[in-house]
Design a protein around this ligand. Structure first.
Ligand code: FAD
Length: 596
């Protein structure tokens, strides 16, 4: 496989058919003092101003929520993605990632903040006219105006383009808005809404709608979690929206909706990664102090296994998030553009839409795993409200549902890759053909992989994972052609394999970079990467076997399974010892041992 060099920036999904050098991959260890300062500012804000007020937020004190949004504005946190010309701080996407990670310590306020910074500010920055930016951004960035994003309806959640809200054009060019949106974050108290409606029956369009135009909120939903964030319906009855409030173009609302979601999914993944780190700290502290049978429960192997695995999964998520942010920043930097021009960022998020979906799916599922084990480590105390573990668990469940359900995102991952392959943008088909030839030929020597000796076996394993992915992609495209979209179960397996490839490679490259740079705790990073790769091999094997057996049978299946065994030869490592080392360090440090 070709290897990327420092001068090339991988295109979206290209890692599936290329190997990368550890030197070119962005990692948390490569963050700057500025990134770390913003991380600290965000964390202090959440620890000192949000968390002590969580009970009031959960009692729906929306005046307080508004004050906290304003405080976020004072600290510049709402303007990270906004050019300085519009009052923002215009920082890179690694900074956006860092802010989202640290904001995660309060999931409820994180949702309020995200609806403002990611779902209202970003669409205006990317699609707004100069006049719209001048009119709305200053208030949104200071927190004087609170925003919300109205896409979902009772009848159209995943099928967002099926919205029934109507905007009827009036003779003066304005629109009359009628319909109802559902489950809108900040719905109870927001002042400005990005609303998606069909203009004149069928032209899906984004509109900027002020509450003062006549928007009504429904009652607060009784939710499983996120009790400290407002979620309501929005009701529009003959709401008059001026002609100049179209965001983007009439009939091009899907561009706004999907591009905003690309970025928002990535940030949701970041929040999940940050949430997992916080929960690991809670588990570590509890396990160190809770004594049973005369010793701290942290000394039991079963608990060490949990702590170790919580760290391993979080490490993989964190690695892929920073790698993706690095790719996005590199692409934006390589695209000539004016500071006020959002088109470079827009193109970059479109380019890395697959990676954003992976971040969302893998992040939300790793977080669910970590929070479930956090409760288990807390035992009975995990199930009662005296400890935060049960609240985190309830709060996090929605991450697998909103910003595109994990099923929809899983469909998107192989769907987007195949579309790019068919357009010739991603040489997936020639790579799958070359692999087929290789598998039919005599056994080749194992690829040299990296020559440095650190994690060489894991690099080889990741190369093997990519071959399995190509094998299953190739067979699926060959077997079903255009009808592959009807084979959702196979697509889900393909998504799972793809997610494992990106996670395993990102973790391995980061650990390798740490080893080369002699970073503190590099040996522990290697442990985390080794355990991840070891288990990913088993998960990939299971997904591939099921996908293959769904597509072929008899001798063909036997041949494919033999090829799978030949490709996926991964010698198990001692994961017990590695997880114990990770758990011991986590307890010793009272928290996640890596990260910013
Ligand atoms: C707390 C909360 C806050 C929210 N905030 C906002 C907000 O601020 N703005 C906003 O616009 N929306 C918001 N939402 C709505 C959210 O985005 C939707 O709930 C989500 O998109 C899923 O839509 P749905 O609930 O209609 O589920 P459905 O689309 O009905 O899905 C139900 C199930 O069917 C599956 N499914 C659906 N279609 C397919 C398919 N084609 N193939 C396979 N499986 C499929 C789904 O994956 C899911 O498992 C919020 C929701 C919640 C709970």
């Amino acid at each position: 496989m070709p290897t990327t060099t420092e001068t090339t920036i991988l295109r979206g999904g290209e890692w599936l058919i290329q190997t990368s050098d550890a030197e070119v991959v962005f990692t948390p260890e490569r963050t700057t003092d500025e990134h770390r300062l913003i991380a600290r500012t965000t964390q202090d804000f959440v620890d000192n101003e949000v968390l002590p007020n969580l009970d009031r937020l959960e009692e729906k004190d929306w005046a307080l929520a508004r004050d906290l949004v304003k405080r976020g504005g004072d600290l510049g946190l709402l303007g990270v993605d906004v050019p300085e010309a519009y009052g923002g701080v215009g920082l890179d996407k690694v900074t956006s990632l860092v802010v989202s990670e640290k904001m995660a310590r309060s999931a409820s306020f994180g949702a309020t903040f995200g609806a403002q910074a990611n779902l209202t500010v970003v669409p205006i920055v990317l699609f707004g006219t100069e006049a719209q930016k001048q009119k709305y951004l200053p208030g949104l960035l200071s927190g004087d105006i609170v925003g919300a994003y109205g896409l979902s309806e009772s009848g159209s959640g995943s099928d967002a383009l099926g919205a029934r809200t109507r905007a009827t054009r009036q003779p003066d060019g304005s629109f009359l808005l009628n319909g109802e949106k559902m489950w809108i974050t900040n719905g109870g108290f927001a002042d400005l809404f990005v609303v998606f409606a069909k203009v004149d029956g069928d032209q899906f369009t984004a509109l900027l709608v002020e509450r003062g135009y006549g928007v009504k909120s429904g009652k607060e939903e009784h939710k499983m979690g996120l009790h400290g964030s407002s979620t309501t319906a929005l009701i529009f009855q003959d709401v008059k929206v001026p002609a100049e409030n179209v965001l983007g173009e009439v009939g091009k609302g899907h561009k706004v909706a999907f591009n905003v979601l690309n970025f928002a999914r990535f940030k949701l993944g970041a929040m999940c990664g940050g949430g997992a780190q916080g929960a690991i700290a809670e588990s570590a502290k509890y396990a160190a102090t809770r004594r049973q049978f005369g010793q701290p429960i942290a000394s039991f192997g079963a608990i060490k296994h949990k702590l170790g695995e919580m760290v391993v999964r979080t490490y993989a998520i964190e690695s892929l998030l920073y790698r993706t942010a690095g790719l996005v920043d590199a692409r934006i930097a390589a695209t000539p553009h004016e500071a006020t021009d959002g088109s470079a960022a827009l193109a970059a998020f479109e380019e890395y839409a697959v990676e954003a979906s992976i971040a969302k799916v893998a992040g939300s599922e790793a977080l669910n795993y970590v929070l479930d084990e956090n409760i288990q480590i807390h035992g009975g105390n995990g199930y009662v409200r005296d400890y935060p573990a049960e609240r985190h668990y309830r709060d996090a469940r929605v991450n697998r549902i909103f910003e595109g359900t994990n099923e929809i995102n899983r469909l998107l991952i192989p769907g987007m890759l195949i579309r790019r392959a068919l357009k010739g943008d991603l040489p997936l088909i020639p790579a799958a053909k070359a692999l087929q030839d290789e598998l039919l030929g005599p056994p080749s020597m194992p690829a040299a992989g990296d020559d440095e000796g650190v994690l060489t076996d894991e690099r080889r394993a990741v190369d093997a994972f990519k071959k399995v992915a190509l094998m299953v992609f190739g067979l699926a495209m060959q077997t079903y052609g255009q009808k592959l979209t009807d084979e959702q179960e196979v697509l889900m397996h393909l998504a799972d394999i793809t997610i494992e490839v990106y996670s395993a490679e990102s973790a391995t490259l980061r650990a390798q970079a740490a080893a080369r740079g002699k970073t503190a705790r590099a040996a522990l990073q290697a442990d985390a990467a080794r355990v991840y790769v070891n288990d990913a091999a088993m998960r990939i094997d299971a997904s591939a076997r099921q996908a293959l057996a769904a597509m072929v049978d008899g001798d063909s299946l036997r041949t494919m399974l033999a090829a799978l065994r030949r490709v996926l030869k991964v010698t198990p490592v001692n994961t017990v010892a590695a997880r114990r080392r990770l758990a011991d360090e986590t307890v010793e440090r009272e928290g996640y041992p890596f990260g910013t």
